[in-house]
Design a protein around this ligand. Structure first.
Ligand code: PPE
Length: 309
């Protein structure tokens, strides 16, 4: 039905999106004390499917654990809730947003410690489209190095997708767009490259693929994992090592990965052209296989897809 209203799964039941409102005294609204996920929906020959749904819900639970959040839903419950939500959302939805957050407390207290605050869990869907511009999937996106660094691993949990962490990403994103770039590259407090505001990074030099380790202050990306498997299946060597900003200027190819960004080639960093200044051959091969896998056209990776119906 075209007049069907999008529904959100909230605390165990489906409600209309316009009725899914959050009270002002919500702890997470004041302090960012929530955790979230981003998950893609793809059209496949067998209908709509969700990419690596279980792994995303497992990370969602891990993020909640870091924030000492207790709620009654298992990974299986969340997987089923996500499938239900996709069946009851707008037809062009391509992205799922699970969110768990500290809500209100009974005593109307304003305090940092969230233990007496109710934990809420919701799942919504939206249309995301291409994250860094459709034409950049071939042309390559333009990056600047952000003047904002990633917090250190000692400042917050960077392996948990905590809402409040994303203020740092938002500052970098604003800066990059104000300076006419598509996206930011973020360094860590040691001065080596960490990741983008919402993407992991990969550098290619003389046929070898490099990506920073978790200790560089990065999220353990699920797309990063998928790309690592695809690249290894193609016979490439992936080396986890610290990467400096100037190594990227001198790289042959560079790309970013993320649920939203998928596999996006990068054409320049700080006005230095990377390689040929467009999507390179290894990036192209990985990107093509990634999309074949996500769209259910590569039998080797069908186990990454969960059907919605
Ligand atoms: N690093 C960060 C900081 C990050 O937020 C993401 C996902 C990644 C790496 C890649 O992780 P993965 O999606 O598991 O491959 N960023 C999500 C939020 C983006 C947004 O704008 O919101 C995403 O891509 O959905």
């Amino acid at each position: 039905m075209s007049d069907k209203k999008p529904m959100i799964w909230m605390n165990g039941r489906l409600i209309e999106q316009e009725k899914a409102v959050v009270p002002f005294m919500t702890h997470a609204l004041h302090y960012g004390s929530g955790v979230f996920e981003g998950i893609r929906i793809y059209d496949t020959p067998k209908g709509k499917a969700v990419f690596r749904l279980r792994e995303h819900m497992e990370r969602f639970q891990d993020s909640a654990k870091v924030m000492c959040m207790v709620h009654p839903y298992s990974v299986d419950d969340l997987v089923e809730a996500a499938r239900l939500t996709v069946r009851n959302t707008i037809p062009n939805a391509d992205y799922i947003r699970p969110l768990a957050w500290y809500g209100e407390n009974d005593e109307n207290r304003i305090v940092l410690n969230p233990f007496k605050f109710k934990v809420n869990v919701a799942i919504a869907c939206a249309f995301m489209g291409t994250y860094l511009g459709e034409e950049n999937m071939e042309k390559g996106a333009k990056l600047i190095t952000s003047s904002w660094t990633k917090p250190a691993n000692t400042s917050t949990s960077l392996q948990a997708k905590i809402c409040g962490n994303y203020v740092n990403s938002i500052l970098a994103k604003i800066e990059s767009n104000q300076l006419g770039a598509d996206e930011a590259l973020m360094l860590n407090t040691n001065g080596t490259v960490a990741e983008g505001p919402g993407e992991n990074i990969f550098m290619i030099k003389k046929g070898k693929i490099y990506t920073p380790p978790l200790s560089a202050g990065v999220l353990e990306g699920i797309t990063k994992d998928s790309v690592t498997i695809i690249a290894k299946d193609k016979g490439y060597q992936i080396v986890e090592k610290e990467i400096t900003r100037s190594e990227i200027y001198m790289a042959d190819e560079f790309f970013m990965t993320g649920t939203a960004a998928e596999v996006t080639p990068i054409r320049s960093l700080d006005e230095r052209t990377i390689g040929e200044g467009k999507r390179g051959p290894i990036t192209k091969a990985i990107q093509e296989t990634f999309f074949e896998a996500a769209r259910g056209n590569d039998p080797r990776y069908l186990h990454w897809l969960t059907s919605v119906n």
